[in-house]
Design a protein around this ligand. Structure first.
Ligand code: SF4
Length: 387
């Protein structure tokens, strides 16, 4: 179901819009998150993500509205559901409640967001020098998204420390948050940018430690690697940190096409070398790298995931999502069959290696958490010939 919803996105039925208006507690997309809504007509506010109703671990799915109405999000007296009339399939879904402290504090909500129901996330800086050079990653929508809102461009470590402390001071929040996530654009001075990201990571870790939650709430960073790989060892002082340097695609030729700035300024092989250094510093399988499913053949994504796993790196497999403002736009969409093939291969990889998901149940476009729980094992459901 998650693969089908990530492939097609969902259409929003008016019954859902009307019902959702009354759900004041649900997380809504705000500040740094891109728009997933391509429908030219106003559909009102939508949830950031939904959770498929299961008796097992959470299955968190992005709400992406591409104009494809194969799957529809609707609501009835029984609550919200996704359904596919053609297939006669219907599935109950849950919404993710926002943290009350974020909902009631505009200042806090401008600094942090709740991602996927359990990741307290910080985005800094809200700019990336690849856009200035017109070499931004072709799937990335950062510049257009940042231009739509007026939030602060760069967070300080004091802001991050205070926000983590403020959120974890609430027992309800401390029960729900299982990771703090630092992500953002990149500065032309890669060493200075990396050092700044590490300072945010340290600040988050200090606040977690002060709250007595070290070991329960982990800190996760995705950034460009520094040019001086000796700087990576700065992460060694942060207990339990996870860090990712993203390759985006395994095939170097496709990497050059979809991430031209990264290819020109750093390169595929040097990112792999940086990942090797990262494994030495943070430990096996706490180093990560994203491969985007849907931008290269499934076999290439799986070859890359296997090679990363063999070198002690946990791959992050994200289904390609088409963001408004990105260069690729809606031109490329991965099929259900494509994602099912990647998911089945990823499932086998989880049996062979102690790789770990980057997102602990909150990766709305990621396949890793579900794969780690064996949810993609075996033959994928045919879904009545779904593409
Ligand atoms: S490195 Fe690529 S994906 Fe990341 S912010 Fe810059 S342009 Fe976007």
């Amino acid at each position: 179901m998650k693969l089908a919803l990530l492939s097609h996105g969902v259409a929003i039925d008016p019954s859902f819009s009307a019902w959702f208006t009354g759900q004041a507690g649900a997380v809504r997309r705000r500040n740094f998150y891109n728009s997933p809504v391509w429908d030219p007509h106003e559909i009102g506010s939508i949830p950031q993500e939904i959770r498929l109703a299961t008796h097992g671990p959470p299955v968190t799915v992005a709400v992406n509205v591409y104009g494809d109405d194969e799957w529809k999000l609707s609501a009835s007296e029984g609550g919200p559901q996704v359904d596919n009339r053609r297939l006669g399939v219907s599935w109950a879904v849950d919404l993710v409640d926002d943290l009350e402290c974020l909902r009631t504090s505009p200042a806090l909500a401008e600094t942090a967001n709740l991602y996927g129901g359990s990741a307290l996330s910080f985005f800094s800086p809200r700019a990336c020098y690849f856009f200035a050079d017109s070499t931004q990653c072709r799937f990335c929508s950062l510049a257009g998204t940042a231009a739509e809102t007026s939030y602060v461009n760069r967070l300080t470590s004091t802001q991050v420390r205070n926000a983590v402390a403020a959120v974890l001071a609430h027992p309800q929040a401390a029960d729900r948050v299982n990771q703090v996530m630092i992500v953002g654009g990149n500065e032309r001075g890669l060493d200075a940018g990396f050092a700044r990201h590490v300072s945010l990571v340290r600040a988050a870790a200090e606040a977690i430690d002060a709250a007595g939650l070290t070991g329960e709430v982990s800190v996760h960073l995705v950034t460009m690697p520094p040019r001086d790989l000796d700087l990576v060892k700065e992460l060694g002082a942060v207990p339990g940190v996870h860090c990712g340097f993203n390759l985006e695609a395994w095939d170097p030729a496709i990497f050059e096409r979809i991430a031209p700035g990264k290819a020109a300024d750093y390169g595929h092989a040097p990112i792999l070398a940086a990942l090797e250094r990262l494994v030495e510093v943070v430990g096996e399988y706490r180093a990560h790298s994203i491969l985007i499913a849907g931008l290269e053949p499934p076999s290439s994504t799986l070859d890359g995931a296997a090679a990363l796993a063999a070198m002690g790196v946990s791959p992050i497999i994200n289904a390609f999502h088409s963001d408004v403002h990105s260069a690729i736009g809606l031109k490329v969409r991965p099929s259900y069959g494509h994602l099912a093939q990647v998911a089945a291969g990823l499932s086998e990889l989880y049996e062979a290696y102690p790789i770990r998901p980057y997102w602990k149940g909150c990766g709305r476009n990621a396949l890793d958490f579900e794969a780690s729980h064996g949810m993609f094992a075996g033959e994928p459901p045919a879904l009545g010939g779904a593409r």
